[in-house]
Design a protein around this ligand. Sequence first.
Ligand code: SF4
Length: 277
Amino acid sequence: MGKKKKILWFSCGVTSAVACKLALNKYGKENCHIAYIKIDSAHQDNKRFIALCEKWYDAKVNVYQSEKYKDQFEVMIAKKFINSPFGAPCTLELKKKVRIEIEKQIDFDGQIFGFEFEKKEINRAIKFEEQYPDSKPLYPLIENKLSKPECLAILESAGIEKPDMYKLGYHNNNCIGCVKGGMGYWNKIRIDFPEIFQKMLDVEEYVGAHALKIPLKDLKPTDGRHETPIAPSCGLFCQIEFEDIISDKVEPFINGFEKTKERGAFLSLNNLQKQQQ
Ligand code: SF4
C-alpha cells in the first residue's frame, strides 16, 4: 500500500491557489494530489490561471467534472429545481458528488482547504471540521494568518495575475450566474454577461421557480444597488449547517491566536487551539 496523500482542493480562487502552494511546500508534490472540479459556466480565463499555477507549483492540477451535467443550468433543467434554504441541487450534483468520487479514488490522510484568516471563514472552517471530521480538513491559511488580500499579494509577487472574475469586481470565482447570488449580483451579471442573464431567465420560465425572492424578469436595474456583487462561496461539501451563527470558538482565533512556529505538518483546528492553550 502506497503512502497516503493530501488532497489539495483548487477552485480557481485566490485563496485556494495559495493554500495549495503552502501545502506543496510543506508536504512535497509527490505526497499531494491537486484536484479541481470544472464547471463549464466558469470564466474562460480560468484556463490561464490554472496553467500559471501549475507552473508555480511545478505540479499538475487534476481536472474533474460531473459525468452527468456540465453546468448549473443543465442541473436546474433536469431537476426542475433551482435552490432552497437546504441547498442548491447544482452544488450537490456538480461539486459534492464529484468530490465523493475523488475521495474514493485517493487514499488520503488530510484535505487542504483555502478558508482564509477572517472571522466568517474561520467560523465556517470550525463548523466544517465539526460536521465532516472524516474529511480530515486542514487550513493552511488560517494557521498562517493569511487573509484574501494577502493571498492576492502572494500571487502577484509570483507573477500570477488574479482571475478575471475578481478583476470584474466579483468576490468569488464561482460559476457565472450563481443561483446563490443576490439582486446586486444578478444586476451585475445582466451587464457583464447578458447571455447568462438571458439563460437564467429562460431556465426560470421553464422550471417555474426563481433564484431570487422575485422572478429575474421582474428585477429592476436599481434593485440591490447597495449590495456588492457577491454570491456566497459555494463549497465542496454542499452545505455547512448553521454557518451564519458565529461559534464561540472563533474569538480566540481572531484575538488570541499566535502564529506558531514552523512544523512539519498542518494541524486540525482542534489541535491548533489546543496548542494555543
Ligand atoms: S457556484 Fe453557484 S451555481 Fe455553481 S454550483 Fe455552486 S451554487 Fe451552483
